[in-house]
Design a protein around this ligand. Structure first.
Ligand code: ADP
Ligand code: MG
Length: 536
């Protein structure tokens, strides 16, 4: 075949500026796309071979990426199925005519162990975000001459026969002046590692294989031990403490999703630990911003989600509208709740020991997600000042005989600062009341949610004005102060507190001669506005 000239068929006059500016927000994506194509080509030749449609040697199927700083090129080479001249015309010249889709349609009934990444038929052209000219050297597995395709980013291309010994494709990018940063090996290595760390075919760069082609989420849970999960966690987050437990996700209906979510030790400043979930699509890294895919409280988890059903390269608003994304979202919520429930039932003691971390997470879920409450209500725990744990139901049974208000609501007494409120706690205990500890940042919201959910239960802080409104234990407390003294002390404190809702209780002398209380509604209002103020 002599050199053939022709016109690339596209409907707009020139799609390149559009691709360059709008299709991908980030131009480093070109490497993800080209390496993904090389992976696809490799998976396809494996598949053809497995089906008996190719009987040549598969050979070493590693993909190689090389930078030539002098020639100002980046070359991506694979030993995949290659393309004939006709296929180049069909799959490359016709933009948005995806060969991957063609291949899938043709072989869709064949059981698929080697997933294929491409879908849209636009990925290849992302090369022009960084290249002023692109060459394709390719030799098909079929017995046809190798060809070279060249295009400088206009709609003109050239196609000619060449000598190429090995099956497969080399994509050679002639890097544009404004993109020479991509000629730095360190930069390429960083991008390859970011997007290709878990690609299913070995990727070689400077003689090193940069990826782990079989990460644990593609394996079957029954083949994995705890050590494997812990080792993978370390691979993802080398600096982190071991996680508390994990969930291996594996769904194939009504959408495809695999992954491993880890439950970290959550600290009080959990705001800082977000953006730890990585989203993959067929083992290609997509993003670590999973805001639209994973409910907010689940973003505290760490790990990997892989789903081919989450659309690639699309804007955020599309992600939100996508039906699969919503389904994935509620599936993950359900799985997490199921796992917690299982842990609770299997080993309640161990669950209690982890409650400091789990509790923060569960509370966050309950506050922010109605559905999660329904699943979580059976493993919510209250810890009392004696260090004993109760579910809300059990707790109600435990305290209701003694702790009722005049409306017959069971009163849950709690402390928000066990040390500072020690004298109040002692006073409550003296009346044989029980006090639970609710001392983390989410607790005022948590209490409000529980009051709406639990029937005939009300929460009162132990330093509130409520102790003496509970069923009278007949302690017959005599104040050590006379009425006159009481009035005087009250006046003094009111002046200091600058607050005329303060009330003074003079208790009997053993633990505290005087205590200042604030009505529950006042206190809660102050707490809530403090927290809301913080999070804004
Ligand atoms: P997609 O990958 O979504 O199909 P691309 O624009 O990335 O779209 O690629 C278009 C088509 O070009 C592919 O579907 C494939 O048929 C062909 N192609 C691209 N790169 C290669 C390659 N390295 N080897 C073989 N075929 C390739
Ligand atoms: Mg592609």
């Amino acid at each position: 075949m002599s050199t053939e000239k022709g016109t690339i068929s596209i409907n707009t006059e020139n799609i390149f500026p559009i691709i360059k500016k709008f299709l991908y927000s980030d131009n480093e994506i070109f490497l993800r796309e080209l390496v993904s194509n090389a992976v696809d080509a490799t998976q396809k030749i494996k598949k053809l071979s497995a089906m008996g449609k190719y009987d040549g040697e598969l050979g070493d199927l590693k993909i190689n990426v090389a930078v030539d700083k002098e020639a100002k090129t980046i070359t991506i080479s694979d030993k995949g199925l290659g393309m004939t001249a006709d296929e180049v015309k069909k799959y490359i010249n016709q933009i948005a005519f995806s060969g991957a889709k063609d291949f899938l349609d043709k072989y869709k009934d064949v059981d698929d162990k080697n997933p294929i990444i491409g879908q849209f038929g636009l990925g290849f052209y992302s090369a022009y975000m960084v290249a002023k000219e692109v060459e394709i050297h390719t030799k098909s597995y079929q017995d046809e001459p190798a060809v070279k395709w060249t295009c400088d980013g206009t709609t003109e291309y050239a196609l000619e026969d060449i000598e190429k010994a090995e099956r497969g494709t080399d994509i050679i990018l002639h890097i544009a002046e404004d993109s020479e940063e991509f000629l730095e090996e360190a930069k390429i290595e960083q991008i390859l590692t970011k997007y290709g760390k878990f690609l299913p075919v070995e990727i070689e760069f400077k003689e090193n294989v940069i990826n782990n082609p079989t990460p644990i989420w593609v394996k079957s849970p029954s083949d994995l031990k705890d050590e494997d999960y812990l080792a993978f966690y370390k691979e993802l987050y080398p600096m982190s403490e071991d996680p508390l437990f994990w969930i291996h996700l594996n769904v194939d209906y009504p959408f495809n999703l695999t992954g491993v979510l880890y439950f970290p030790k959550i600290k009080q400043d959990f705001q800082l630990s977000r953006e730890k979930i990585q989203l993959y699509s067929r083992q290609v890294f997509i993003t670590d911003d999973v805001k639209d895919i994973v409910p907010e409280f689940l973003q505290l988890l760490h790990g990997v989600i892989d789903s081919p059903d989450i659309p690639l390269n699309v804007s955020r608003s599309y992600l939100q509208a996508d039906g699969n994304v919503r389904k994935i979202n509620s599936h993950i919520t359900k799985k997490v709740a199921d796992k917690l429930s299982e842990l609770f039932k299997e080993d309640r003691k161990a669950f209690e020991e982890k409650w400091d971390s789990i509790g923060l997470f569960v509370k966050y879920g309950i506050i922010s997600d109605e559905k999660f409450y329904d699943r979580a209500k059976d493993f919510i725990l209250f810890k009392n000042t004696e260090g004993e744990y109760f579910t809300p139901e059990d707790y109600k049974t435990k305290v209701e005989a003694l702790q009722k208000d005049k409306d017959e609501n069971t009163v849950v007494l709690y402390t928000s600062h066990p040390e500072k409120q020690d004298s109040y706690i002692k006073a409550a205990k003296k009346r044989e009341y029980d006090v639970i500890v609710l001392d983390d940042v989410l607790d005022s919201h948590f209490i409000n949610t529980l009051e709406q959910k639990l029937e005939k239960v009300t929460f009162k802080r132990v330093d509130g004005d409520s102790l003496d409104k509970l069923i009278d234990k007949g302690l017959n407390e005599e104040s050590v102060l006379s009425d006159k003294e009481k009035e005087k002390v009250e006046g003094l404190f009111k002046e200091l507190a600058g607050n005329n809702v303060v009330e003074i209780k003079a208790l009997s002398s053993d633990d505290a001669p005087v205590s200042i209380v604030l009505p529950e509604f006042m206190r809660r209002w102050t707490d809530m506005s403090r927290i809301n103020g913080q999070s804004n």
